[in-house]
Design a protein around this ligand. Sequence first.
Ligand code: AMP
Length: 615
Amino acid sequence: MEGKVNEATAIGIDLGTTYSCVAVWNHGRIEIIPNEQGFRTTPSTVAFLDAERLIGDGAKNQIAMNPANTIFDAKRLIGRKFSDCKVQENMKLWPFRVVEGPADTPKIVVAYKGEEKEFLAEEISSMILGKMKETAEAYLGKVVKNAVITVPAYFSDSQRQATKDAGTIAGLNIIRMINEPTAAAIAYGLDNKFEFVGKINVLVVDLGGGTFDVSLTTIHEDAIFEVIAVAGNTHLGGEDFDNRMVDHCVLEFKRKHNKDLTRNRRALGRLRFACEKAKRILSSTTQTSIELDCLHDGVDFSMRFTRAKFEELNMSMFGHCIETLNQCLKDAKIERSWVDEIILVGGSTRIPKVQHMLQELFWWKDLCKSMNPDEAVAFGAAVMAAKMSGSNEEGVRDLMLRDVTPLSLGIELLGGVFDVVIPRNTQIPTRKSVDYLISKDNQSSIVIKVYQGERIKSTDNHLLGKFTVSGIPLAPKREVTVQVCFEIDPDGILKVTAKILSTGMSNQLTIGSEKGRLSKDDIEKLVKEAEKYKLEDKVYKKRVNACHALEDYIHKMKKKVKEYNTNKRVNPDSLRKMENAIDETNEWLEHNSVAPINELQRKKVFLEFVCTPLI
Ligand code: AMP
């Protein structure tokens, strides 16, 4: 793509578990940017083939043929350890392979261009982000660097940091990360042009492909968005409903045919695809059927699926959604009746049972369905992107965001107790210091372990990182004070500093530069690799185009020769020569479809030369 880098243009990207969406503030309004196929959302899927890499619709469309090398759900892996029980649980259902890399990092293994390759979740996410960047660039006709990316409100610090790294690898400058439900609230505020007096309490219920988030935001008439509380589950969404359907079908297959298809990756891939389709259909009709020819061992699969069965299979998960919602209201210290608007976001809020349960809880108020649940988050992100790049336009200019941190942050004390420094739902950015006394006599160093979570025992929470403070003056216990300071930036990313008060000596940790996360050097290496893949894709596309051009020309000339044969306007000898050249080139192409571009082009130039009398 040629063009100038326009620092002022910033896009908003909703990087979803199953689908992603990109939007931009253009000509005084938000535009959702369609991809090259004309779709307004793009599957968050990357496929690796013998000759090429596919991202988006192309990748999703071939998943049943190539399940082991088609990667989805990178968002369920990003920022997590390989040993994480959620990762282990998901791995059993994924048709692709995930192995343990250094420092407990999960690595995705694929066959690409005849070689086995390993990718980090950050790399796969960066490929999707790169695709969204390209989509925006093609639409705007200029290079885009700056972006606001959304993350689930309930993402931990390492998940946020890893998402930011994915953006950097994709060649983006992430000017801000905002929480998905907050973005949806911004979209709602703008959509309704702040047509209310004072303030309103907006509950955003965001049930997507892989995550569930609820947030209570107070929107003030002067465009201040104040997030009061968030709650969520980073492993609850449409794919879990699909999984329950797949499990049910697997059992049915076993019962009917006494055959186990869990080891047949291709069959599982086809089944998952069919279940997701059936699930969508069940949102508008009460029954459908799943038919798959030759699913396993030559046996066909056929099953009637009712909405009632779907609801029964997923009832416990719908129940978790309501529990989470109640937790959010409790944390916000808000009565259910004080909620003025309930906004539905994420494709899975189309499920009638979900809507029905919500409507029962908020029976006095119609659920707000005026916003497109697939696009609201990208819409809000694009408004924020415009604000961050200094737009002075109405609707953007006055916008002010006060978000919160979703999980409590603190350190481990003696006996493994988790001591909270910043409680969950504290407004960010924020900074807080706590003084701790050294607990042992003559202790010259201490290890500060930073955790995130809500449990009393520190090891039940998520370890974000640890660092050592040494050089502590030798003294009896409780006589030296170490001041620990937690700072959260507007993206929700944490920095922890520890200082020995008597000496002024300090040490600090930016979570994310920890072992197990990507270092600056790692990122630089991955940026280079991402560029290499992009270049390879480009070369491949060019080669395919050259191949098509030659095929097309052969076809055209064949037709011309036929025409000339009938009306005999060309010397029969030269016509035969041309015919021979066309046939030879055709045969050559059949055996050399993977020839280099210059060879394909040379063949075409030669054929054009021979066939000149026909033109
Ligand atoms: P999102 O991440 O917000 O794009 O949500 C995608 C999820 O919504 C996927 O799991 C889809 O299967 C699901 N979804 C989309 N449309 C429907 C529908 N009509 N009924 C049920 N689930 C849907």
